[in-house]
Design a protein around this ligand. Structure first.
Ligand code: S3P
Length: 187
């Protein structure tokens, strides 16, 4: 099976869904930011600080091309991945793109909690963050909107919401469930 690319704004649940779907299927989960961090021995904040956003986008594109070669993977892209170079067209040609679409209010509340590791929003206060999200979503939706599938991920706060949303995702994409492991085969 060709890769599934999860795209969408920071905080839309790409890593949460990717991990949960991977546990329920035979797909391996890859987080593109983590892949970049491991390959370049630096976290995203350090890469932004040392190479600037342009340098980060260049590495991101190269690593996107690398992971796109893999079979049976679900890839959580960075929020900006689809918005640079021809990355969106590239992903559409190499697998299935899914826009995890989340309302501004929910993105805002998730990102208030998780903004520290994200260089683009780390220093923003409550109101600045809300305005930044609204503006960025307006600009980025043109790229996100090119995804093959549009999937709503507003409900991911509790374990049971994650489980329900992941099952809905698996059904929507028609991904085969994994075979139970270590089960005795009956004659
Ligand atoms: C970014 C999103 C981040 C990370 C980088 C830039 C963006 O990934 O790639 O901080 O431009 O939206 P997440 O969406 O996983 O937070």
């Amino acid at each position: 099976m060709k890769p599934i690319f999860l795209i969408g704004y920071m905080g839309c649940g790409k890593s949460t869904i990717g991990r949960a779907v991977s546990k329920l299927t035979n797909l391996q989960f890859i987080d593109l930011d983590t892949y970049i961090e491991t390959r370049f021995h630096a976290n995203v904040r350090q890469i932004f600080a040392e190479r600037g956003e342009e340098g980060f986008r260049d590495l991101e594109r190269r690593m996107l091309h690398e992971v796109s070669e893999f079979e049976d993977v679900i890839i959580a892209c960075g929020g900006g991945t689809p918005c640079f170079f021809d990355n969106m067209e590239f992903m559409n040609a190499h697998g299935t793109t899914v826009w995890l679409n989340t309302s501004v209010d929910i993105l805002h509340s998730r990102l208030m909690r998780g903004r520290h590791k994200r260089p683009l929003i780390a220093d923003k206060n409550d109101q600045e963050l809300r305005e930044f999200i609204i503006k960025a979503l307006g600009e980025r939706s043109v790229h996100y909107g090119k995804a093959a599938v549009n999937f709503v991920t507003d409900l991911l706060e509790t374990e049971s919401e994650v489980a329900d949303t992941s099952r809905r995702f698996i059904d929507a994409l028609g991904i085969p469930a994994s075979q139970p492991q270590n089960q005795e085969v009956q004659p």
